[in-house]
Write a protein that binds this ligand. Sequence first.
Ligand SMILES: Nc1ncnc2c1ncn2[C@@H]1O[C@H](COP(=O)(O)OP(=O)(O)OP(=O)(O)O)[C@@H](O)[C@H]1O
Ligand SMILES: [Mg+2]
Length: 448
Amino acid sequence: MAKTKTLFSCSNCGASSPKWLGRCPVCNEFNTYIEETVVDRKKSGEYRGFDETRMSSLADINVKNEQRIKTGMEEIDRVFGGGIVKGSLVLMGGEPGVGKSTLALSIADKVALAGNKVMYFSGEESLEQIKLRADRTGVKAEKLILVTETGIEKITSLMEKEKPALAVIDSIQTTFKEDLDSVAGSVNQVKESCAQLMYAAKKSGIPIIIIGHVTKDGNIAGPKMLEHMVDAVLYFEAEKYYQFKILRAVKNRFGSTNEIGIFEMTNEGIKEVKSPSKMLLDSLKDNKTGSSIVTVMEGTRPLLLEIQALTARRNYGIPQRTVTGIDYNRFLIVLAILEKMLELHLENQDIFINVAGGIKIVETACDLGVAAAIYSSYKESKVSTKMAFIGELGLDGEVRPVQFIDQRVMEAERLGFAACVIPARSAPVKTTMEVIKIGNVSELKKLI
Ligand SMILES: Nc1ncnc2c1ncn2[C@@H]1O[C@H](COP(=O)(O)OP(=O)(O)OP(=O)(O)O)[C@@H](O)[C@H]1O
Ligand SMILES: [Mg+2]
C-alpha cells in the first residue's frame, strides 16, 4: 500500500503547501486551505508519468493515423475535433442539473450502437435510475454496460479487463482512492482519481470521458483544477430558461477550441440543433422596431441571431444600461459612436439589449447590428427582418470589414434573407441577394 503524508490544499485552485495558509498565494483567496492526506510518491515508488524513458529522432517515430471514434452526432463530433481520439481523457464540466449525464449517456449510446462496447460508470445514480433515463431518452444500445462503482482502482481494473471502446465516469467528484483519508470530492481525491484515469487511458488506449460539476463561479474542487491534467475540456452550459444548451471546447489537444455544439433538451432527451438560426428566426414575420439580425461566427459555422434593443426615456436619476448576450464595454463604445455620429441623445435613456435564444456573442462583427437595433428603437422606426447587418465599428464611426464575409452572407442567403448590409471595404461577395455596402454608421439613417 502506498505511503501517505499530510498536506494542506487550496479548495479553490488546488495549490498545496506543507503548512496551513490563511491566504492562498496562487489564487489570493482567503481561508481556502484544508488538511488532506496524499500519497507520498517518493516513498511509495508508485507510477507517475511514463514507465520508461524513450528517446528518438522525430523522423523515426511512426504513428498510425490518429484514430477517432465518431459518434454520428454532428454537433458532438465537431466539438471533439472530428470524433473522440483513442486514449484521450476528456473532461466534461457543467453546472448541476444542466444535463451532463443525459448528454454523456447519449454519446455512450451512439458509440455502442455502432457495435462498440461502452462502459458507463456511475457514482451518483443507481442502475435503475439510469435505466429510467435511458428509457425516457430512447437510449437502447445493447452493448452499453452500466456499472455503479466509485473506487478508482476497481474502475480502472474493470476497464482493463473489459477493454471497452469508450468509458464514461459520472462523476469525478464521487470517485475515490482507498488509501487516501480524505472524502470523495476533496481536492486530492479528485486529483488522484484523475491522474489514475489519465494513466489508464494512455496505457490502454481507451478514451475516457469524465464528468465534473462546476458552480457558477467555477470554484469547487473539480473541473477548474483538472483542466491542465486532461486532453480536452468541454463545458456544457445553458442559461436558465433559454432554449439552447451549448457544448463548448475550452481546451482541446486534438482540435480547435472555437467550435460549439448546440442542443435542445426535450422530454425525449437531448436533441441536436443543426440549424439554430432557422429555429430562432422562423417566428420573425414582420418588420420590427428595436430589432436587427446579425451574423456571427461560432467556430466554422455562421449563425444568424436577433439582437433586441429597447430605449426608454427616463426623467430622473441615472439611466440604466442592461445588456445580456454581448460584451458590455463594446456596447458602451457603440453607444458613444451613435451619440457622436448620429447625434442621438441617449444620455437620458434607459437602454436594454438582449440576444434572442440566450447565445453570447463574443465578436465585434455584431457592432453594426447593435447600432441598428438601438437606432431603430430610439427613432421608433422599423427594421426589415429580412436584412442582416455585418460589420465592426471603428471609433470614428467607420464600418470596418470583418473576417469570413462570404460565409456570413451565404448563410443569410440560404435562410432566405433579402439583403445584407456589409462594410464598404469588404471584398466582393458572390451572391444573388442584394448587398448594401456602407462605409460609415451614419448611413444607417438611410436604411432604417
Ligand atoms: N422526466 C423528465 N422529463 C423531461 N426532462 C427531464 C426529466 N427528468 C430530467 N429532465 C431534465 O434533464 C436535465 C437533468 O439532466 P441530467 O441529470 O443529465 O443533468 P446533470 O447535469 O447530469 O445533473 P447532476 O449535476 O445532478 O448530475 C434537467 O434539465 C431536467 O429538466
Ligand atoms: Mg448527472
